[in-house]
Design a protein. Structure first.
Ligand code: ATP
Length: 334
């Protein structure tokens, strides 16, 4: 099999630790990838004053596939989110986050098997904020028929192609009658074309309660940007935490794979972060670029390590380091 060129952003905080661990496993499993590393985020900002240098954009445009470690987004000020900028730049309109129990990991629920499909380009992430007058600020929530329809179509297509049964559109259209109203209207229109799939709607607050009481009642969740962000972390909590959930940002031409978690500055530099989420992002990427066999081998090894409770990291009840965990996965490769 030919080598596949992939852009690599190691990221900030725990990013380089979990990315390096994941790449060690990929190399050991025989993934045919040639990495093209570029610097983005806080690391790039510190070095050159630019958190998203042109060479990052050029590399992704050239390779079409990127593996990205978490990058730090400064809170209330500083540079704008690199994640949001990349999603907009490459029109990565769909954020796909499968949430499943990792075998043998104790968590609040068994049998969770959800797929989160989040609109990635608009809503309150449009970055349109301004001060109206001192003491009054405004943030604009944008919804367009084009983006609402295309994410709904993505969700139904995904469900149909992956033997899923039900799609729940999550909204707050009782309050945001125009924006979330449009989101629902587009979802309903698309739903009509997919008679075999069950379509339902749930208000975001009610959906949150139902998710923490009975997640098994959900299948595919279709959400606008902000609700998708919030419920992704909530769903990660259902299956053992942020160390275990990954996602893909997908567009028509390009794809960026990443862990759901952030740069976790509280544990950065300690070598204790769980690299599983980053490894799961790699598995999604390997399947996307046609290296399914390598993905399957790593998946088996990962399950073995969890079920034998060997070398687990602190967040899932162990005491091992990031590197010890990666070494255990490598040792478990068949
Ligand atoms: P962001 O705003 O970038 O999404 P966040 O506020 O969601 O970041 P995270 O960086 O995701 O924050 O971290 C949230 C909590 O989860 C922190 O306590 C962090 O230590 C923990 N955490 C995140 N990722 C991991 C990981 N891979 N392994 C262990 N703990 C993690």
């Amino acid at each position: 099999m030919a080598m596949q060129k992939v852009t690599l952003i190691r990221g900030d905080g725990i990013g380089p630790e979990v990315v390096d661990a994941a790449i060690e496993v990929l190399d050991a499993a025989g993934a045919k990838i040639e990495w093209e590393e570029v610097l983005a985020g806080l690391a790039a900002h510190t070095l050159s004053g630019d958190p998203l240098p042109d060479e990052v954009l050029a590399s992704i445009a050239r390779n079409h596939t990127c593996l990205k470690g978490p990058v730090t987004t400064p809170i209330a000020g500083g540079f704008a989110s690199i994640n949001v900028a990349l999603r907009k730049q490459f029109e990565l309109y769909a954020n796909l986050r499968p949430v499943r129990n990792m075998p043998c990991v104790a968590s609040r629920f068994e049998g969770v098997d959800l797929v989160i499909i989040r609109e990635n380009t608009e809503g309150l992430y449009s970055g349109l904020e301004h001060e109206v007058t001192p003491g009054v600020v405004e943030s604009l929530k944008i919804a367009t028929e084009k983006a609402c329809t295309r994410i709904a179509r993505f969700a139904f297509e995904y469900a149909a192609a992956n033997q899923r049964k039900k799609i729940t559109a999550i909204h707050k259209a009782n309050i945001m009658k125009l924006t979330d109203g449009l989101f629902l209207r587009c979802a309903r229109e698309v739903a009509r074309e997919y008679g075999d799939l069950v379509y339902e709607e749930a208000i975001v607050d009610n959906a949150s309660m139902q998710l923490v009481m009975n997640p098994a009642r959900f299948d595919v969740l279709l959400l606008e940007n902000l609700y998708g962000d919030i419920l992704s972390d909530l769903c990660a909590g259902l299956v053992g935490g942020l160390g275990l959930v990954a996602g893909a940002n997908l567009g028509l031409r390009d794809a960026i794979f990443e862990a759901v978690h952030g740069s976790a500055p509280d544990i950065a530099g300690q070598g204790v972060a769980n690299p599983t989420a980053m490894l799961l992002a790699c598995l999604m990427m390997l399947r996307y670029i046609g290296q399914e066999d390598v993905a399957a081998r790593i998946q088996q090894a990962l399950v073995k390590v969890y079920c034998e409770k060997r070398a687990l990291t602190r967040d899932v009840g162990g005491a091992s380091s990031t590197r010890q965990f990666a070494a255990a996965v490598i040792a478990a490769l068949a």
